[in-house]
Design a protein around this ligand. Structure first.
Ligand SMILES: [Ca+2]
Length: 397
């Protein structure tokens, strides 16, 4: 419970008391910013302790983190279904295969936003336009360059469709097709997260799943990095344990890891606080689709939710950073302007990190900029604009 939410709940008043004792006045503003599990923490804090903060930033949030750990086991099972004897997921899906899928996505989707620039801003149209089965060449025999085997396609499609139990019920979320799946950070988290001497390390999955998210706690064998544990994980009988309680564990993982009611941010709203959420659409750890579904539900529950909560999608960006993306931006300044000047962010200008190999290999200008748009708007090339390296050539629509 401390890990899930109560550390913030306990320490925030204490920190404020220390500030007041030292400076003889309360802090003028209180902000919270985190990515990944820190992004999850920001969302939980907005719901549970929203009156304690003036503004929060939840980046690539592990919003439904126990569910994402289920999905990681699912992913491992799918990737390994395409692996040969002695192979790991990284062997079953060499980088050339992911680059081929990325290029195939670009071929169908890049121009949909008006600019053939290596970025897919029109995410919705792309999901309808791209078809893994028909748009990527199928190998006639063994895996070679320039094609995917049927086994690779089947596995990758199941990963992107999202974890399901045998009844076909979704256990987490689907994932958007985005050219950023060829990013180094995507590969690290999804396929290649091995740390010597372990051949494979499932990171958030096996260890966290067994010890933290399963009730009663399990003791996963991590001597192989958790590979065997994930391969044996049942979507029917193990996955539901993230919702279970068993004394003395009287709160389930889903209860302590997620906001009590994610679409009711009453404390934040009534306290005048603001929440910015941003998420890379090629995040391999936490699906942007899960965050989008949350924001859609928030808007459905409160039509005026944009007054205190806004979502920004970052095309191509992997987990918190990296990928072929404009992943350099200052959301904290945008949040301060919103809280302190009342200027709500409709768009935030983002640049590239030219030292990132994914950017360098894409051949983009080192000074490329793009507007990140408040969801559901997305950046589209202005009619007649020709400079595809400049944010000024794009508009949110
Ligand atoms: Ca484009």
């Amino acid at each position: 419970m401390d890990y899930g939410y109560n550390a913030v709940g306990t320490l925030t008043p204490l920190a404020k008391a220390i500030v007041e004792r030292r400076y003889a006045s309360k802090p003028t503003r209180s902000y919270f910013m985190g990515c990944s599990n820190g992004g999850r923490q920001a969302m939980v804090t907005a719901a549970r302790f929203g009156d304690q903060f003036d503004g929060l930033i939840a980046a690539d949030p592990g919003f439904n983190l126990p569910k994402a750990a289920v999905a990681e086991a699912w992913d491992t099972q799918q990737f390994m279904s395409a692996a040969g004897t002695g192979q790991l997921p990284k062997d079953a899906f060499p980088q050339a295969a992911m680059a081929l899928v990325s290029q195939s996505i670009l071929a169908k989707c890049d121009a949909l936003d008006g600019a053939s620039d290596g970025l897919v801003n029109d995410r919705i149209a792309c999901q309808a336009a791209f078809n893994l089965t028909t748009n990527v060449p199928t190998c006639s025999g063994a895996a070679t360059s320039g094609c995917l085997t049927t086994a690779q396609k089947t596995a990758l499609q199941k990963v992107f469709d999202g974890a399901k139990n045998t009844a076909g019920q979704s256990l987490y979320a689907s994932w958007p097709w985005d050219p950023g799946i060829a990013g180094a950070n995507w590969r690290f988290w999804k396929l290649d997260a091995g740390f010597a001497p372990l051949p494979f390390n499932t990171l958030i999955g096996a260890g966290a799943m067994g010890y933290v998210f399963t009730t009663p706690p399990d003791v996963p064998d991590l001597s192989d990095g958790g590979l065997g544990y994930q391969l044996g994980f049942s979507m029917d009988t193990d996955a539901p344990k993230i919702f279970a309680i068993a004394a003395p564990f009287n709160e389930s993982a889903m209860s302590f890891m997620t906001p009590p009611n994610p679409t009711q941010l009453t404390k934040l709203k009534q306290g005048g606080g603001k929440l910015i959420v941003y998420h890379g659409t090629a995040d391999p750890v936490f699906s942007a689709n899960d965050t989008i579904a949350w924001y859609d539900a928030l808007k459905a529950a409160d039509a005026n939710a944009a007054v205190y909560a806004r979502l920004f999608l970052v095309p191509g960006m992997n987990h918190c950073t990296g990928g072929p993306a404009t992943d350099r931006f200052n959301m904290l300044t945008a949040l301060e302007d919103w809280v302190e000047k009342g200027t709500a962010p409709d768009s935030v200008v983002a640049g590239v990190n030219p030292a990132d190999p994914d950017v360098a290999s894409a051949g983009w200008s080192a000074t490329r900029t793009r507007p990140l748009c408040a969801y559901p708007k997305q950046a589209m090339l202005k009619a007649g604009a020709t400079d595809i390296e400049s944010a000024a050539s794009f508009q949110c629509q």
